[in-house]
Design a protein around this ligand. Structure first.
Ligand SMILES: [Zn+2]
Ligand SMILES: [Zn+2]
Length: 1017
């Protein structure tokens, strides 16, 4: 007869199994059929945060993508219709810097020489290439998305929606050109914004010079200020020095500096007494320094715990310095150009980078006798989030969106968003409260072209759509292949105020505008008619088939029911889309957010390619398999960092093996006994059997209820924990307790076990889609007519109220059994060795499960004790008893030591003729041999072995050895054997031969002088 179930291998080969399942999903259109099944169902709106299509996926990306997939799969199993649109982030510094690297370009000048049109083409090619790579990897991870209809943020459609947002921002008066000091990357040649740079990873410990420099005072001959700086390159731009007004300064060796207590000074003065003094700057001969009067200014924020307490101020090269220039009306000298090199007028430093200028500046100071002290300092210094170059400060013109007009509304709206874990709402609040104006302009090439046309008449023209651009264009439309540089720069417009021709500003936009508009642009907000492939515009043409839906669709799918990204997106994507949606439609684009922490290596260090501890996603797919990766991602509470690696993966594989072995058990004996599962059991439940069957059904109900609740609150660690505990109960209680019933055709046992295993596969399917589907295929699809061919098409099991009384009882019994095993482990008594008696105290449930407890503990009888078996040991409290008993103390102490005392109740005892109270005694719980205790229960085992018990123990050892031999020889479970035992064991046979035969399927047993042997008969 054909076997009902396919036999399982000894251990699952996850990667191989997953490739088989992937091929099957493709061949059988499983995902497409799921979408067809759910079409028209209640909507579950998920909006994907775009992944940067710029490099292959890292394992940390796989974490986020797993969570997205898990909850989409869960919602689909619950019958929801979903959109499944994946997004790619496509423009901005990310892709530019990588393309520069691959082309060997190292400055903006080289990009311009290379040609902007060519550069844009290379950027698009890179995006296309890595979008494909990421798609392939995501499929491998098991992610189900509508891969032919991705959104690409560099689509003209997306850009137009951002233009529309910017026009609205301008209409509200929030848009302005700021003249500000900003963090500047000299390699990228652009300023960077607060929200991009705020991450902890954007700092490094760097080594810089630490200089004490004399600034000679003009009106006081022989006296000078001693200032401190760690950026020598800023000295040529010095215009002032600052002291803390209420600090004390002292003069010694002709130099003023912060007075230290106990220091000897010729004079002492408060900072505010020195304010206003003029000094000679260190580089007064430089052309830009002509006519500048250097003076001492007050500043409350001067740091006093390092340096000299006097800081040099260069408003063109530092943020605080720039702010001070506004307060004190100081001139602003900007010494370096956008590539971080000195302007020509700063000769002799002209053309040097800030690093290269270090030595010449120090040499010049030394030559002029201005250098007091030159050392080094290691400090935390900002680096470019994109290319890791140390940043400098420049004063430049950047475009900003003022945030004060909307800050309050954002905070109010955030109160309505449900954050998981909940503490992250406060993080968002903190960001919203403290965020500065949004710097949206970057002086770069392949990015969102800011639609700003600044006219000489003073009017700022902001174009809000391509149609408006076409209407107002003076020329150049014929060559406008997409809304990117260089083409867009060839389309001047006429000023709406004075009619004169105006050029676009050259700046491009912050990449977070690109991703932030997505909840509006991809869903068709205010779009009057549905446009097929209407999203595949500009650079995205040919890469996707995505439609541009209409406003009705937007109303159905906005806001997202749920989104999920890592925690740093609070200041990035969660923020930018929140800001943009609130501006345009007045409400949050998402209802719920799941956010999670960082991925580290298995020892808890950050992963870095250069440290050799990073793991490529492809390597992880091949070596541990996607299901195991997904399990690791889901197991960690999202507020904790995740330790990822092959060690933790092996631990997961070990636990999954318990499930695998349980299925294998059912498959093996099901085939032997020709078990036929009944699909309707999954809805109606298996037939009533023994009490243990009822327990497993109830235990399964509990698993379904617990995991359903966990998925509903977006908490995967509760799913993995519930599943682990369930499989443990199923394997180490139900199967072990019922094993014998499967050696015959006990229909109820088979159907109950099948029911429990299959329901558990269904609830774990979102998390572990491959293994669950493969096992479903074997246990259900291949065995039941009319069953869905995939677990992912089977819907969600009905949630039943579990019988908690029954579950509590068995949980209690299992706890007792654990305590009994603990005693055996402590006393070195094998589980196989039968014992005479177990004594139990504290458990009511034990009364109705005496047989199970007896079998599990392998004892002949179980006795239930009314009184606690605890015994106490008493020691005299010497401080109290010493004075009272005097020389009698030693007799009392001796009696207590050997346990000669009488308990009188309420903690009182009598020993050596004295009655002692609780305050005179130190009480310890005695650790008795043969007992183990939990909070509620006590279990004791009688450990004495009589000859009968000893012999039974040897029989069980023999049975164990014989079954091990059967396995070694590769015998089928049904094969019969002939057994030869050594003569030394022959004394067991007269009494126990039948028992041995029964347990080993032996037909004959003989004893001779040789070793233990079996032979198939
Ligand atoms: Zn950079
Ligand atoms: Zn004008």
């Amino acid at each position: 007869m054909a076997r009902m179930f396919a036999p399982l291998t000894a251990v699952p080969d996850h990667p191989a199994l997953e490739r088989v399942v992937l091929a099957r999903w493709d061949a059988e259109r499983t995902f497409e059929r799921l979408r067809e099944l759910n079409a028209g169902g209640p909507r579950f709106s998920f909006v994907d945060g775009p992944i940067t299509a710029n490099n292959a996926m890292g394992v940390h990306h796989a974490w986020g993508r797993t969570l997205k997939d898990v909850f989409q799969r869960f919602q689909a199993l619950r019958g929801h219709e979903l959109r499944y649109q994946n997004g790619f982030d496509c423009q901005g510094l990310w892709v530019e810097v990588e393309v520069e690297k691959s082309l060997g370009l190292n400055s903006k000048r080289e990009i311009e020489e290379y040609g902007l049109a060519e550069f844009a083409a290379r950027c698009r090619e890179r995006v296309a290439k890595y979008a494909e790579v990421i798609t392939e990897q995501s499929r491998r991870l098991g992610m189900w998305m509508d891969w032919d209809n991705d959104y690409y943020t560099f689509a003209d459609t997306n850009i137009e929606y951002i233009w529309r947002f910017l026009k609205e921002v301008h209409r509200r008066g929030w848009l302005f050109l700021g003249h500000r000091s900003t963090q500047w990357c000299p390699r990228c040649g652009t300023s960077l914004s607060q929200h991009e740079q705020a991450g902890e990873g954007n700092y490094e410990e760097l080594d810089h010079p630490s200089l004490h420099v004399r600034f000679p005072l003009k009106e006081r001959k022989g006296e000078a200020l001693v200032v401190w700086t760690t950026t020598p390159w800023t000295l040529p731009a010095n215009v002032a020095a600052a002291v803390k007004p209420d600090a004390e300064y002292g003069l010694s060796n002709g130099g003023w500096r912060l007075a230290e207590s106990g220091g000897e000074y010729e004079r002492i003065a408060r900072g505010d007494e020195l304010v206003g003094l003029e000094y000679s700057g260190p580089f007064d001969e430089l052309t830009p320094q002509q006519g500048i009067a250097h003076r001492l200014i007050p500043w409350d924020d001067v740091v006093l715990d390092e340096g000299t307490g006097i800081v040099h101020i260069a408003p063109g090269a530092g943020t605080d310095d720039f702010e001070l220039s506004r307060v004190h009306d100081l001139p602003v000298l900007v010494p370096i150009d956008e590539s971080g090199r000195f302007y020509p007028e700063y000769d002799p430093f002209a053309g040097l980078s800030t690093d290269e200028a270090e030595e010449p500046v120090i040499a010049a100071l030394r030559e002029r006798g201005l250098l007091v002290e030159a050392g080094r300092v290691t400090h935390r210094y900002p680096i470019c989030w994109r290319c890791r170059t140390p940043l400098v400060f420049r004063v430049v013109d950047d475009w900003f969106i003022g945030v004060d007009g909307i800050r309050g509304a954002l905070l109010d709206e955030n109160a309505k968003v449900e954050w998981t874990p909940p503490q992250y709402r406060k993080r968002m609040d903190d960001w919203l409260r403290n965020m500065g104006d949004w710097n949206i302009s970057r002086k770069r090439y392949f990015g969102l072209p800011l639609p700003f046309y600044q006219c000489a008449c003073g009017n700022l023209n902001v174009v809000g759509s391509r149609a408006e651009l076409e209407r107002r264009a003076v020329r150049g439309l014929e060559q406008l292949q997409e809304l990117h540089r260089p083409w867009i720069d060839e389309v001047p417009i006429s000023c709406e105020s004075c009619g004169v021709e105006v050029q676009r500003i050259p700046d491009v936009g912050d990449a977070w505008l690109d991703a932030g508009i997505v909840p509006l642009s991809t869903l068709g907000w205010e779009n009057p008619t549905w446009v097929e492939h209407g999203y595949a515009t500009g650079a995205a043409e040919g890469l996707t088939g995505a439609d541009l839906p209409d406003d009705t669709y937007w109303q159905q799918w906005f806001p997202a029911d749920w989104i999920s990204e890592m925690r740093e997106q609070i200041r990035l994507w969660f923020y930018s889309q929140f800001f943009m949606s609130m501006t345009l439609v007045g409400r949050s684009p998402y209802r719920r957010v799941l956010t999670y922490e960082k991925l580290l290596d298995e020892t808890g260090r950050e992963m870095h390619r250069s440290w050799g501890n990073s793991i490529d996603a492809d390597e992880a797919f091949d070596r541990m398999g996607a299901d195991v990766m997904r399990w690791l991602f889901c197991e960690v509470p999202p507020a904790q960092n995740l330790k990822f690696g092959y060690g933790p993966a092996r631990e997961v594989q070990r636990r999954l093996l318990t499930l695998w072995n349980s299925v294998s058990f059912l498959v093996t004996y099901g085939n032997i006994e020709d078990f036929r599962p009944v699909y309707a059991d999954l809805t109606g439940g298996p037939p009533e059997g023994q009490p243990l069957d009822a327990w497993l059904v109830s235990r399964t109900h509990q698993l379904v209820a617990d995991t359903t609740a966990a998925y509903e609150r977006y908490w995967t660690p509760a799913v993995t924990a519930a599943f682990d505990a369930f499989v443990e109960d199923l394997s180490n209680w139900y199967i072990r307790r019922s094993r014998r019933r499967f050696y015959g055709d006990d229909e109820a046992a088979f159907r109950t076990l099948w029911y429990a295993l299959v329901q558990s596969l269904r609830v774990v399917a979102p998390l572990m889609p491959f293994l669950a589907d493969e096992l479903w295929r074997n246990l259900v699809a291949g065995a039941c007519e009319r069953a869905p061919d995939s677990v992912h098409l089977a819907g969600w099991p009905e949630v039943h109220e579990p019988d908690t009384t029954l579950l509590t009882e068995i949980a209690e019994v299992r706890e007792l059994v654990e305590l009994g095993r603990q005693v055996r482990a402590e006393e070195g008594v094998k589980l196989r060795q039968p014992l005479r008696r177990a004594s139990i105290h504290g458990s009511e449930a034990a009364r109705s499960h005496l047989d199970e407890i007896r079998e599990e503990l392998r004892v002949k009888e179980v006795e239930l004790l009314d009184a606690a078996p605890l015994r106490f040991r008493y020691k005299p409290n010497l401080r109290v008893l010493g004075p009272r008993l005097g020389r009698d103390l030693s007799a009392v102490r001796a009696a207590l030591e050997v346990g000669e005392f009488e308990e009188l109740g309420e903690g009182r005892i009598r020993a050596a003729g004295h009655e002692l109270g609780p305050d005179e005694l130190i009480v310890e719980r005695a650790k008795e041999r043969g007992w183990a205790h939990s909070d509620r229960f006590s279990v004791g085992l009688d450990l004495d072995l009589d000859p009968e018990l000893e012999r039974e123990g040897r029989v069980l050892d023999l049975i164990h050895a014989l079954n091990a031999l059967r396995k070694d020889r590769g015998l089928e479970l049904t094969d019969r054997i002939a057994v030869t035992v050594p003569a030394s064991q022959s004394d067991l046979l007269p009494e126990h031969a039948d028992w041995i035969k029964q347990e080993t399927l032996a037909v004959r047993i003989e004893a001779d002088g040789g070793s233990l042997e079996i032979e198939k008969v």
